[in-house]
Write a protein that binds this ligand. Structure first.
Ligand code: AMP
Length: 291
């Protein structure tokens, strides 16, 4: 596996492969890698000739500076994981490499509705930062396929928007969430949970599953309210637990009764913020009960 730190080296290396017609797969990450990241790398390996992984903790996407300072860094283990997944190239840029003009007055993106809901409204500026870093990385790597996790549901929608906005032909491949045995979605932030918090954390996914079941017998508003209460009783501070159209993230009131729905949740355990989601296939006979 080749490790590259500069723009010039990356360009020289990728040009060489591109000339040979290699299909290029890209897995951008912020490090502290786990089996979720590994799954993205393995999917890329299956589909592409050249697999590029990047590790960069992007300062511009942290709306909370403490979250940035505490973001786990485990580079030695990360190198082992990326190389064990048979990746070809690991890009490790510095902040100066990706943001040579500094971190102020960066470009702003008109994400519209996507920035007014869920992660957009609870983490002001977060998706601007995601677009700022992903635009840079995508323009440097110019992958044929980009592999991202469905755990970050809204982020995938933002990246879909960004690829169109930048006029890129890159295909976005959304990879299913990899979970611990007890259902907790793997996340770098799980490393920051105390033992007690870690024992409570699986309740987030369990609650999504319970709400999904309850939707068959009670109106959506009631099922969601029960779910929020369950989370709070377990010790979470809930940012949101909502149901939305899986394609547009429009609220249920706008739903046509046909398109798939998704449950989305974000909640704090102590200072650690966890997110998760669950796609639903609600049968038309439940329509009356849902609304
Ligand atoms: P991060 O390092 O948290 O920025 O994540 C890098 C990529 O890995 C993103 O596309 C995430 O959606 C994805 N990812 C994170 N956790 C998981 C997981 N548990 N399963 C699958 N993909 C994940």
């Amino acid at each position: 596996m080749i490790i590259i730190k500069t723009r010039a080296d990356l360009k020289a290396c990728l040009d060489k492969y591109r000339k040979r017609g290699a299909q290029l797969g890209f897995v951008p990450t912020m490090g502290a890698l786990h089996q979720g990241h590994q799954q993205l790398l393995l999917e890329a390996r299956k589909a592409c000739d050249l697999v590029v992984c990047s590790i960069f903790v992007n300062p511009t996407q942290f709306n909370d500076p403490v979250d940035f300072q505490r973001y786990p860094v485990t580079l030695d283990q990360d190198l082992l994981l990326v190389s064990a997944a048979n990746s070809d190239l690991l890009f490790l840029p510095s902040t100066e490499t990706l943001y040579p003009e500094g971190l102020h007055q960066l470009e702003q993106y008109d994400l519209g509705f996507l920035e007014t809901i869920f992660e957009g409204s609870h983490r002001p500026g977060h998706f601007q930062g995601v677009c700022q870093v992903m635009s840079r990385l995508l323009n440097l790597v110019q992958p044929d396929q980009l592999f991202m996790g469905a755990k970050d549901y809204q982020q995938c929608m933002v990246i879909d928007w960004l690829l169109k906005h930048e006029g890129m032909q890159t295909a976005l491949i959304k990879v299913d969430t990899v979970r611990e045995k007890d259902g907790l979605a793997m996340s770098s932030r799980n490393l920051r949970l105390s033992e007690e918090e870690r024992s409570i954390a699986p309740t987030l996914y369990a609650t999504l599953q319970k709400v999904a079941e309850r939707l068959a017998s009670v109106p959506a508003g009631e099922a969601l309210q029960e779910g929020r209460q369950d989370l709070e009783r377990a010790g979470f501070r809930v940012d949101y637990l909502e149901i939305a159209d899986a394609n547009s993230l429009q609220p249920l009131e706008e739903w046509d009764g046909q398109r798939p729905l998704v449950l989305l949740a974000a909640a704090f355990l102590g200072s650690v913020r966890l997110i998760d989601n669950l796609k639903l296939r609600v049968k038309a006979r439940y329509l009356d009960k849902l609304l």
